[in-house]
Design a protein around this ligand. Structure first.
Ligand SMILES: [Zn+2]
Length: 123
């Protein structure tokens, strides 16, 4: 019997791929604490104002690019705690899902991601 990689493990592995990419562009940002836990189904992740990132364990079942999209989204909140133009500009530089595709496929994915993506948890 083949075992699937546990969702939590998969998310943390992807984080370890995303962090160096983010860090290269934003070297002054300290590597955040990352927790994978069960969040409400409409939330992909959240970033607290103290810099702690929580990723919803349920996205571990999504494709790698969706997982990375959520991780990059949360990482960008370390520099912009909002969804400003500057936030999306930073995300565009990191996330291939965000700008490099077009057409119905992307639109549909982004719609789904809209549902996946969180509200910011100011503590
Ligand atoms: Zn956000």
């Amino acid at each position: 019997m083949r075992q699937k990689t546990a969702p939590k493990e998969k998310i943390l592995t992807e984080f370890n791929c995303c962090w160096p990419i983010f860090s290269a562009k934003h070297p002054s940002v300290t590597c955040p604490n990352v927790e994978v836990s069960l969040l409400p189904p409409d939330i992909g992740g959240r970033t607290a104002s103290n810099g702690k990132i929580t990723i919803n364990v349920t996205i571990g079942n999504q494709s790698t690019e969706v997982i990375r999209h959520v991780i990059f989204h949360e990482l960008c909140h370390l520099i912009h705690l909002n969804h400003s133009r500057e936030f999306y500009d930073a995300l565009d530089e990191l996330d291939p899902l965000h700008r490099k595709r077009n057409g119905a496929y992307l639109e549909k994915r982004l719609q789904n991601l809209e549902n996946l993506t969180e509200t910011i948890n100011i503590q």
